[in-house]
Ligand binder design. Structure first.
Ligand SMILES: Cc1cc2nc3c(=O)[nH]c(=O)nc-3n(C[C@H](O)[C@H](O)[C@H](O)COP(=O)(O)OP(=O)(O)OC[C@H]3O[C@@H](n4cnc5c(N)ncnc54)[C@H](O)[C@@H]3O)c2cc1C
Length: 385
């Protein structure tokens, strides 16, 4: 491929796909590369479902981004003809009325969001298929819900191609250069050139930029489980239950009702051990199954002994505190780095892509300090949930 592009985006996960799409919308000739293909099975963006919610405690920045992204997901969903955004509502429950609840409510009041505070009796009335006796309250967001993740990214990439964008399956090697990146090297000797480059490579970013990002992005191994609901019982199917999360003082469990006949989803949102995204083992652990079954026994007892029908091992690409990275490379002035979705990035894909495209077109460094490289330290102190 000898063609020269305005921009090359490396990585066709949710962040790279939306960055390429936004650059194209602004008139750029864009090449979108991925080592394996858009939202492929090893990528964080490859999932049946990802939650979108505006509940973020004090982190209003992410509530706003979730809302702005929601509108873009809605438009993609309408263009796609297949469900991308399913507004099932999202319920987050708390064992006590903690600061995270008060902070969320203050942010939502400022943004005039229709969030409801539900007492345990109301939870039991609306969703009697679950046990809520240990819960102090729930926050319910009627306008949020599930994103059908892999389909969303693949449809977006198809839209990008239909509008004249170029895609290719190429694994690029770590970029070399002093102040400017002249070209990329890929497998099979491919050499690819553009004026500007964006690397949205998820958990692979530290492999491509070991000096800049090694020790600042921590890929962790995360397990997700799907269980078959009982026969003749549609209480655990959408829309009879919303997307749900149990804040559990930051040690969250979350999941979805059966969305497309694949089963009831549950995962424990605590950081697992380190993982290599290319070579890491992808078989879920017996401890992980036991952990979620114990949770089901407490919250959704009718599911506790149901067959486990699917499990997936995926990776979070964590920053120190959970903030995103959307900034220029410190020395290569025509290179931007986009990543650290940190287990909550999918929903924000449209806005991450818009912000990244803006920086590229304006030839700018991060404007938002929380997305800057400078704030990506090696201390592991998760604070964004
Ligand atoms: C179990 C789990 C549950 C989650 N739940 C939620 C949720 O409910 N809600 C939510 O909002 N978020 C959630 N997330 C987070 C979200 O999925 C991620 O933040 C997001 O998908 C990250 O997207 P990305 O584009 O940065 O990375 P990825 O999707 O991993 O994409 C990176 C791409 O870069 C490519 N690449 C890497 N190196 C190279 C190279 N050298 N050459 C070419 N291509 C390369 C890879 O092949 C890959 O396709 C969850 C994540 C996990 C793992």
């Amino acid at each position: 491929m000898q063609e020269r592009f305005d921009a090359i985006v490396v990585g066709a996960g949710v962040f790279g796909a939306w960055t390429a799409w936004h650059l194209q919308q602004r008139g750029q000739r864009v090449l979108l590369l991925d080592a394996y293909g858009p939202a492929h099975t090893l990528a964080s963006s490859a999932a049946g479902s990802r939650m979108t919610r505006g509940i973020y405690g004090p982190d209003a920045i992410y509530t706003r981004m979730a809302l702005d992204s929601l509108a873009q997901w809605q438009r993609l969903s309408e263009r796609a003809g297949l469900p991308i955004l399913r507004r099932l509502g999202v319920l987050m429950v708390f064992q006590q009325r903690e600061n995270y609840v008060e902070d969320t409510l203050a942010v939502h009041a400022r943004l005039e969001m229709p969030t409801q505070v539900l007492e345990p009796a109301e939870l039991a009335r609306r969703w009697p298929q679950a046990r809520w006796d240990d819960v102090a309250l729930g926050l319910f967001e009627p306008q949020f819900g599930a994103l059908i993740a892999r389909r969303a990214v693949q449809l977006l990439v198809r839209e990008f191609e239909d509008a004249g964008g170029t895609t290719a399956t190429v694994s690029v090697t770590p970029p070399q250069g002093e102040e400017q990146l002249a070209y990329l090297r890929g497998n099979a000797g491919a050499s690819l050139a553009a004026d500007r480059y964006v690397f949205a490579c998820g958990a692979w970013l530290p492999k491509l930029f070991p000096e800049v990002l090694g020790g600042r992005i921590f890929p962790t191994r995360q397990e997700v489980f799907l269980f078959a609901p009982p026969a003749g019982d549609d209480r655990f199917k959408a829309p009879n239950l919303p997307g749900w999360a149990d804040f559990n003082q930051g040690d969250m469990y979350y999941g979805f009702p059966d969305l497309e006949g694949r089963g009831f989803k549950i995962a424990h949102d605590r950081h697992g051990p380190p993982i290599d995204p290319d070579a890491g083992d992808r078989i879920a652990s017996a401890e992980g199954v036991a952990d979620v079954r114990a949770y089901l026994a407490r919250r959704f007892p009718a599911l506790a002994d149901r067959p486990l029908v699917e499990s997936r091992v995926c990776q979070y690409e964590n920053s120190a505190n959970g903030d995103f990275l959307i900034d220029r490379h410190p020395t290569l002035r025509n290179v931007w780095l986009v990543g650290t979705g940190s287990g909550h990035g999918f929903k924000h894909g449209p806005e991450v892509g818009r912000i990244a495209a803006e920086l590229v077109l304006e030839d700018a460094d991060a404007k938002e300090p929380r997305f800057s490289l400078a704030t990506k330290t090696s201390a592991k102190k998760r604070s964004v949930h």
